[in-house]
Design a protein around this ligand. Structure first.
Ligand code: COA
Ligand code: ZN
Length: 305
């Protein structure tokens, strides 16, 4: 099985969206320009959501217009509805990431629509995207559990994936929005999804809310998944999910993958530089443990016994 792994950076979208202080547009652009040289498969730049819902990302057009694009990187945006799709097409995003929650109550909290209403909107979004030749990924939030409803039935996750596969999307992300997944559940769902959808690009999206983030990524990897979302510094969290915390940390995931002989094709020193910059922009210590400890090859603490 291939040792190549694709990493999608989500810090400027998932990471920034619930930060309390507005991060200036030029700082977002400078961070994305730095990350564009780090070897990512994709960067989720921003979201075209209502500026009232997510004020941090109200500058989506300006950020998309300001970045210097590396042709090797796909610049993605999150789209919640038709209005967002129209804005994103004008801003020339390379790919859409749509969002729908597998649990009804999280979908209502996040998008103020029922799942069926969201699905109707997203069907139209997919039509618009395909008409423009823009590939579509669908992120299925709460795929491993919902902060309001508790357990989520894996069969329901696969059913939603099937509905979107039938609409011709390129990929589906299974998202553990609030860190409720465990490695056993991740391994089972990953294997089932890979078997059932051999032609879909499957991505796993984890939050480290309960400390299982990297263990979950490893379980997915061992099941055959080769694409992950991650956030520099481990910043992140859904503003509509109580208690949600950061995504798995990009530099920690890449460090682990490299030590294990996988090839994410990424420049780890540049990721550490990016994480340091994210920490400065957030104005507080980020969850990344690698940033504190240094890499195994280049540790920052040498003297303890
Ligand atoms: N871009 C810009 N403005 C938008 C918009 C979009 N994609 N979608 C809606 N709006 C505006 C409307 O024009 C309206 O503005 P007005 O009050 O000035 O007239 C306002 O937002 C409300 O519109 P409405 O259609 O009633 O939407 P809503 O209030 O039910 O909100 C969403 C629906 C999906 C737009 C909103 O809940 C949202 O953006 N959520 C963000 C979800 C998210 O990103 N979560 C985190 C990531 S998973
Ligand atoms: Zn997330």
């Amino acid at each position: 099985m291939s040792t190549q792994v694709r990493i999608n950076e989500v810090v400027t979208r998932d990471g920034f969206q619930s930060e309390p202080r507005f991060i200036p547009t030029e700082d977002k652009i400078a961070l994305i320009d730095l990350m564009s040289q780090a070897g990512y498969h994709a960067i989720e730049v921003t979201s075209f959501t209502s500026p009232k819902a997510i004020p941090m990302l109200a500058d989506a057009e300006a950020v998309m217009a300001g970045i210097r694009r590396n042709p090797a990187v796909e610049y993605v945006a999150l789209i919640p509805n038709v209005r967002g799709a129209e804005r994103a097409l004008k801003a020339r995003v390379d790919a859409f990431n749509l969002v729908l929650s597998v649990s009804e109550s999280h979908n209502r909290a996040n998008l103020r629509m029922s799942r069926e209403e969201s699905c109707a909107q997203l069907t139209e979004v997919i039509r618009l995207a395909h008409q423009a030749g823009t590939p579509v990924n669908v992120s299925l939030s709460t795929s491993f559990g919902c902060p309001f409803e508790g357990a989520v039935d894996p069969a329901a996750v696969l059913e939603w994936a099937a509905r979107f596969a039938n609409l011709g999307v390129r990929g589906v992300s299974l998202c553990d929005t609030t860190g409720m997944a465990d490695p056993g559940a991740v391994g089972r769902l990953s294997r089932e999804a890979l078997e059932r959808f051999p032609r879909l690009e499957l991505t796993l999206h984890f939050h480290n809310t309960r400390g299982m983030g990297l263990a979950n990524a490893l379980a997915a990897l061992q099941a055959g998944i080769r694409e992950f979302d991650a956030s520099l510094g481990g910043l992140g969290g859904c503003p509509y999910a109580p208690g949600a915390t950061g995504n798995i940390c990009t530099e920690e995931l890449v460090h682990m993958l490299q030590l294990m002989g996988y090839d994410p094709g990424m420049n780890l020193p540049l990721l550490l530089e990016g994480a340091t910059r994210v920490e400065a922009l957030a104005g507080r210590q980020v969850p990344s443990q690698l940033l504190r400890a240094g890499t195994v090859d280049n540790p920052r603490t040498r003297s303890c016994t």
